[in-house]
Write a protein that binds this ligand. Sequence first.
Ligand SMILES: O=c1ccn([C@@H]2O[C@H](COP(=O)(O)O)[C@@H](O)[C@H]2O)c(=O)[nH]1
Length: 277
Amino acid sequence: MTFKDLLEARWRDADTMVCVGLDPELVKFPESLRALPAHDALLGFFKPIIDATAEFACAFKPQIAHFAALGAEAALVELIAYIRERHPAVPVILDSKRGDIGSTAGYYAVEAFERFNAHAVTVNPYLGSDGVEPFLAYADRGVIVLCRTSNPSAGDFQDLQVEGKPLYAHVAAKAARDWNHGGQCALVVGATWPQQLREVRELVGDAVPLLVPGVGAQGGNAADVVHNAASTNGYGLIINSSRAILYASNGEDFASAAGQAARTLRDEIRAARNSHA
Ligand SMILES: O=c1ccn([C@@H]2O[C@H](COP(=O)(O)O)[C@@H](O)[C@H]2O)c(=O)[nH]1
């Protein structure tokens, strides 16, 4: 099954568009786990979180820098294998935002799809087509292209006018038209930018899913995301929240609190969709 098939089945079967971000910050872990070596702390934290949130998740999104900074890539490999075994209906998006000349991008594709065995990866389009093609060569995997990111400075380059349109609109068009021949592409557009979400959805139509980070800790509003960017069938979105779910409690109830936060976000998204229909 391809990433896109898995995602569409998950939207439909679990009726959820919540993406649970897996971004370890050891200082926010419960005290009992902080005392352990990093590898053990990560597994002791994320396995219960994954089990408690999977029911509400359309995807999991580990952010690679958070693991690499701890020298804990082995824990990430183990956690992705755990998700694939215990929760095979929930795709894993490796958030690594890779991009380089084609020959090196090929190694980044091996990293994402063979070393980590992710279903999809985030990719930086700045180097152009030959930097993206090595990822597209894995026909069953998803390639999620940075388009209009959630951060405050996103517009520094992404909003520059090029031939009468902002740069991010060119990225959206390129991904949707030239790179999506195998139906593998999705776009990253931040929840913090409702107007740009609407523009990108209008530009690419329903065929391209949008990965939308920025609800929760960054202040984006899930209802605004749905109202501006859901596809015509009411789905089409992968709405990520990391810190607001993971660190809902730093006590021994951390996993059940994360599950509750994921449930609340799922319900908020459902309510927005129903009020929009
Ligand atoms: O435009 C972007 C692209 C990626 N991210 C990543 O998503 C999560 C957001 O975490 P929160 O704790 O929910 O704020 C994080 O991994 C970022 O690297 C993004 O925020 N914006």
